[in-house]
Design a protein around this ligand. Sequence first.
Ligand SMILES: C[S@@+](CC[C@H](N)C(=O)[O-])C[C@H]1O[C@@H](n2cnc3c(N)ncnc32)[C@H](O)[C@@H]1O
Length: 271
Amino acid sequence: MVTRQFEGKQQASDYQKFRFDPSQEIIDLIFSYVDERFPKLSEFAVDAGCGTGQNTRVLAPYFKKVLGIDISEAQIEEAKKATRSPNVTYRVCPAEEVPVGDTSVDLLTASIAAHWFTIEKFLKEVDRILKPGGCLAIFTYLPSMEVHYKDCSEQMTQVFAEVGDSLVPYEHEKIYHLKNGCKEMYESIPYPDKRRIENIVTKFPMPLSGLMGLIQTFPEVQIFLKTKPEEAKEMLRTAEERFLRLMGTSSSETEVEVWLQNVLILASKPQ
Ligand SMILES: C[S@@+](CC[C@H](N)C(=O)[O-])C[C@H]1O[C@@H](n2cnc3c(N)ncnc32)[C@H](O)[C@@H]1O
């Protein structure tokens, strides 16, 4: 059964605004893996669980055609609004049933999304649609983010960790994939040519208001806001106040740096 945690229109528009593009380091790792195995890779890429298209758009210069798919209509609507490249199209559909032909795809990516999929079904579909030698790239950041600001990074990170603790009751069970660094997902991939790279740290400067916006895109926060709106708003307000106090400023436009721990899984279908 598909998991639907990204259906809201406001959530999709916040997602477009506050989530970040994949880092160049991750894109470079993907393409150096791909180039070693499949030098003429340029026809067709699919981005599964594309959300508002942050990763889909990045693939556009590398392929003749790119398809972004997502089960959320609201996310696809935002992705379409934000994408200018004529070689990129979007469809609302599950990652477990991609509407493309057998052995037609050179690269299939899933950015911060595969933990939501029904993994066994998804991997069967990957095997159906990848060309021989075609590549799969699954990547995501993990829940243990750090928040850096001058000499109070440790305390800022602690406040962020406490926000995470308050969200545990609203977490979907599939979040365990992220908590164990996607190890089981990696083990389930049936191809011998595969690797899992961890400890990729990416750093994003953003105003504190951006960090608060990012936190609000988390599905757990959305559920908390729906089930206990006053408590959820109070939690967010308190977290922002604590951040500001630590930073010694009253302006939410003051810039912090968010450090993400990423995992990248790469695999190639046998020739
Ligand atoms: C955290 S968002 C990631 C979006 C985007 N890839 C990014 O890098 O920001 C996860 C996305 O996966 C989608 N999703 C969840 N389960 C799905 C499934 N079974 N098939 C397709 N999309 C799915 C959600 O609707 C959501 O848009």
